[in-house]
Design a protein around this ligand. Structure first.
Ligand code: NAG
Ligand code: NAG
Length: 305
């Protein structure tokens, strides 16, 4: 009987202990009763976070910068490719966050040089000095370009869409209604997913699920479980090789036009590829889809004007 009680106590303690963890952020430190989880921003500053939901991207970036400074494991900085004609990739910076975790519209990365960012924290203006004027601008549409790994069986486009909707819901709690379109190019193994909310809508913050997904695909997951992003299609699973994210804002960005080429004007591009192979894919895709992009842009311009 004593053994049984002891066992029971051990199991019980175990269960209680295992509940004070942060499922949505593997770097979080959790402690206490009631359980409280924090994320380290600087040696002195710890941000309390809500682990029942995705953590604001601005917080995650701050934590990443801190960890990188401390030589702790983080995303690979090697992922940033050289500045090329068709991408604008600033990579990571030390952001300033609002009290609710949103990005401040002006960001300076602790320097004298500042720029404007959208609600996803992505630069949407040329760089200027500290007096640069920026207004908050919402990203209402993200386009995810995914390349999937070889699949055993040919994928069916319609079932793929269902699979993606399910995966987004399960892993990122994104309502299916926001998955506005899924296009599939079988030969290129390319999947284009448009996630869109109404102009003017403030929820959901699309940058959250995008950032988590980006990290999942790059095999640097932010979730505690560290699972890869997988899509179930007809009983099998498909995993992704790389991801490219386009951000579309409610207001067109104010980049100097000549700095943007490759037919992408009203769209801010952030590349999150690890390998050059990804860039090549992008290059061919850009060529192949130039016509499509122009059309999308025309529509975009109409919406914006
Ligand atoms: C981090 O690593 C770099 C290179 O390995 C080293 O120069 C630097 O001193 C390290 N920084 C800390 C805080 O440990
Ligand atoms: C921000 O500053 C860090 C450290 O000085 C630097 O490594 C990084 O490239 C900067 N990021 C941007 C977007 O300027």
């Amino acid at each position: 009987m004593k053994v049984l009680i002891a066992l029971f106590v051990v199991v019980f303690v175990d269960v209680v202990a295992s509940q004070c963890v942060c499922n949505s952020m593997k770097w979080a430190k959790c402690d206490g009763d009631p359980c409280k989880c924090t994320l380290q921003f600087t040696d002195a500053i710890q941000q309390t976070i809500d682990c029942t939901t995705l953590i604001p991207k601005c917080y995650l970036m701050k934590a990443e910068v801190y960890r990188a400074k401390k030589n702790m494991s983080t995303r690979s900085f090697g992922g940033k490719p050289a500045e090329t004609a068709f991408v604008d990739n600033d990579g990571i910076y030390d952001p300033v966050c609002e009290n609710d975790g949103k990005f401040k519209a002006v960001q300076c990365n602790n320097t004298e040089e500042c720029w404007c960012v959208n609600s996803a924290g992505v630069r949407r203006s040329d760089k200027g000095d500290k007096n640069i004027k920026c207004e908050p601008v919402e990203t209402y549409w993200v386009r995810l370009e995914l390349k999937h790994k070889e699949a055993a069986v040919p994928l069916d486009a319609t079932k793929l869409k269902t699979g993606i909707e399910n995966a987004m819901l399960q892993r990122y709690k994104l309502d299916k209604k926001f998955v506005s379109e899924v296009k599939y190019d079988k030969d290129g193994r390319l999947i284009v997913v448009d996630i869109k909310k109404d102009i003017g809508a403030r929820v959901p913050d699309l940058s959250l699920m995008t950032y988590y997904m980006e990290k999942d695909v790059k095999v640097l997951p932010l979730f505690k479980d560290e699972k890869a992003f997988e899509v179930s299609v007809e009983g099998g699973t498909v995993s992704m090789e790389n991801i490219l994210v386009y951000y579309v804002d409610e207001k067109a960005p104010t980049f100097t036009m000549k700095k943007l080429t490759g037919g992408i004007i009203a769209v801010i591009v952030v590349v999150s590829l690890i390998v050059l192979a990804g860039l090549l894919v992008l290059f061919f895709l850009a060529r192949r889809q130039k016509a499509q992009y122009s059309k999308a842009q025309a529509r975009e311009m109409e919406t914006m004007s």
